[in-house]
Design a protein around this ligand. Structure first.
Ligand SMILES: C[S@@+](CC[C@H](N)C(=O)[O-])C[C@H]1O[C@@H](n2cnc3c(N)ncnc32)[C@H](O)[C@@H]1O
Length: 428
């Protein structure tokens, strides 16, 4: 197991020190470990995600435990992983400490005694150290201070619950492909498999959304490869409904990859779908998803901010603008985001979002509807972009939308869904 701890330390280091994306680094690392078993691979994922999820607290703890800076950064990151294991995993404590010492012996034998002392110190004084680490907001909530300040300024008392929700394990939610069957059909299929001890308990939480009691690998879900279901958060499933699509419409999904919402729209109605994304590789994933589900769309590599380069001049009755954003509403799925984003990024996203929205508006037919969507909880990327757009676009009208627990289109992350923002605009 010390190999897993060591590999997790390297992954966390590449994210935090080199600013790399967690999924990419983890994929690269796993590709080199072809001989690892599925449970070793799952453990590597858990240690990497978990350490980043609680990095604010773990860093504060390690700061209290270290009397002078740890010069060997590789050991520093192994220690963070070991603290995560001691605080959040069910692994035997002595084994975690032993593995960290073995890791240190491999990397830098001079500090292996220190590693042992630090971790044993943590175990001896855990309660007092946890209390001390929580004296500062970063150590308490495990987010950068600017993020905590931003949410407090925008949401006041509700911000604490949002910060906590962002550190939970995300639920696994399925979208039933209504072209292939109903949610009742799929629930029956799951309970049939459950009788065979497969442990697939699920409940209906939205018209097409089934939330599983516990996550399972997709390839074990009945009918996944036959296109009966997809994995998609319940909050993301609001998009296709809000867009109000009907058979025969011409629809543009302007930032489509990997195609979750494109597919859902196509499952809801027989429309002529044009799916655009700037990233050719990611667009390939749209093609794969549509193929699995038995759906078709015209796929175009293109920049949504420059439609003149790819648009054929025929207007769309519906446009989905699911724009690039801070992703601050989905941090429990991507804990690296908390540490990779900078406060100044938010204004950059907002400017890009307004640019794309203005460019796409020209493609919308008279009386057509455009759904603006982000997975952000920061107002600068949401309400404020819409307000700036409406202030200048005289033929645009904001339509009322009904969403559970939301009055202004902002959905906050909770145990059923991630954080999203939706605004539905009509062209007069
Ligand atoms: C939030 S994701 C879209 C998720 C997708 N709608 C779904 O439900 O599966 C944003 C996408 O926008 C793409 N993107 C970013 N900037 C873009 C641009 N200027 N034009 C088109 N696509 C862009 C990214 O490559 C990314 O795939």
């Amino acid at each position: 197991m010390h190999n897993i701890q060591l590999a997790a330390g390297q992954i966390v280091q590449q994210v935090l020190a080199d600013g790399r994306n967690l999924n990419q680094v983890l994929d690269e690392s796993l590709r080199k470990k072809a001989v690892w078993t599925p449970s070793q691979r799952a453990a590597l994922q858990d240690l990497s995600y978990g350490t980043l999820r609680f990095y604010g607290q773990l860093r504060a703890l390690l700061g209290l435990l270290l009397h002078k800076p740890m010069l060997d950064q590789r050991i520093y990151y192994v220690l963070l992983v070991a603290l995560y294991q001691l605080q959040y995993s069910k692994a035997a404590q002595h084994a975690v400490v032993d593995h960290a010492v073995r890791s240190a012996q491999m990397l830098n034998v001079k500090v292996s005694g220190l590693v042992n002392a630090i971790l044993r110190n943590f175990l001896r004084s855990r309660e007092a150290l946890l209390e001390q680490a929580a004296q500062h907001a970063e150590g308490k909530y495990s987010y950068p201070q600017w993020w905590i300040d931003e949410l407090q300024a925008q949401y006041g008392e509700r911000s604490a619950a949002m910060l906590t929700a962002g550190n939970m394990h995300p639920p696994m939610t399925l979208r039933v492909n209504q072209r292939r069957g109903t949610t009742a059909d799929y629930l029956a299929l799951l309970s049939q498999q459950d009788r065979d001890q497969q442990n697939f308990r699920a409940r209906l939480i939205e018209p097409d959304a089934l939330q599983l009691d516990k996550p399972v690998p997709v390839d074990q879900l009945p009918g996944f490869f036959a296109g009966l279901i997809s994995v998609q958060d319940a909050g993301a499933q609001y998009a296709a409904r809000l867009l109000d699509v009907h058979d025969g419409m011409r629809v543009l999904d302007a930032c489509a990859a990997p195609g979750g919402k494109t597919a859902h729209i196509l499952e809801c109605a027989q429309v002529e779908m044009v799916a655009v994304d700037k990233d050719e590789k990611r667009l390939q994933r749209v093609a794969e998803n549509l193929q699995r589900l038995g759906l078709t769309a015209q796929l175009l590599v293109g920049d949504a901010a420059e439609p003149e380069k790819w648009w054929d001049g025929k207007t769309f009755q519906r446009i989905l603008a699911d724009l690039p954003c801070s992703a601050s509403g989905v941090v429990r799925r991507h804990p690296d985001i908390k540490w990779l984003r900078r406060r100044t990024d938010i204004a950059g996203f907002a400017a890009q979002q307004l640019d794309i929205l203005r460019a796409l508006w020209r493609l919308l037919a008279q009386d057509g509807k455009l759904l603006y969507a982000t997975c952000s909880v920061f107002r600068q990327e949401n309400e404020q972009v819409i307000a700036a757009f409406l202030a200048q676009q005289m033929d645009a009208q904001l339509l009322p939308i009904v969403l559970p627990e939301s009055s202004n289109g902002q959905i906050l992350p909770n145990d059923q869904h991630d954080g999203f923002f939706y605004a539905l605009l009509q062209k007069n």
